[in-house]
Write a protein that binds this ligand. Sequence first.
Ligand code: 8YV
Length: 314
Amino acid sequence: MSRTPLLIAGAFNAEERARLEAAHSSTYVAGPEEMGALDDETRAQVRAIAYKGHKAFGGDAMDHFPNLGVIANFGVGYDAIDVSAASARGVKVTNTPDVLNDDVADLAVAMLLAQSRNMIAGDARARTGLWAKEGELPLNRKASGSSVGIVGLGRIGREIADRLAAFKMDIHYHARSEKETPGWTFHADVVSLAQAVDFMVIALVGGPATENYVTREAIEALGPRGVIINISRGTTIDEGAMLDALENGTIAGAGLDVFLNEPNIDPRFAALDNVVLQPHQGSGTVETRRAMAMLQLDNVTAHLEGKDLVTPVN
Ligand code: 8YV
């Protein structure tokens, strides 16, 4: 048994890190870029890595650890981790599915409502005295009863659709295959989905297979009343094409929790008044982050105790 079997890597908060440290003897680094600087003895002892963050974690970083058996990711999306490289080295990867579905779906709905009801401008009007000077907000846009297209009807997409069905919205979706969803309309491609709806919510998994999945053509097909909501990854949409469409009025607006190059997002977003922007906080509640941390720890502990992993992805 190695003395320090766990490497904690990434931007954990104090509670998350303390929980991992209390459970297993550990070493800490800020991210994959610091792993090579650990001394040989420490690296040889590491059998599990608890990872949190969106920095690329590739095969080169894994090669620093000859006895590594598992990378336990904090998050359902594991696109930052090169899973093929892990598999090739006999390293298992785990994630934290399901426990965050509600929060991410809640934020998607919140951004859809905030965008359509112009809540950011409304808050400013009530807060700054503009209300007294200029009167009511210009009328905004009814969300209930409109049509929505979900791109990716996985666990999170399904939660979003269920919530929006309660808003009496006409539900359309695009997925790899048609699902058992009576009353909801399946579209085999994203352009056809975009043509059919007012709101389009992207709930895809990240990674190379979904890069630019929502193309310029699909964005333009949404039309001048179209609103894009993205809670997946910045990579899943052609971001440059979306910015062009938002600037030109080709679409009406967007609600975005994810971007390319987070946290240094494209400054073009800040100049737009038809968007609601969030700092990638879909799973960011005390309750859900705690549940994610526990699931990550359960995976680490399972590996270190020779038990079956709880939520393996490879
Ligand atoms: C992050 C997420 O894990 O679960 C995911 O895929 O994107 C988030 O919940 C969280 O921001 C911590 O990095």
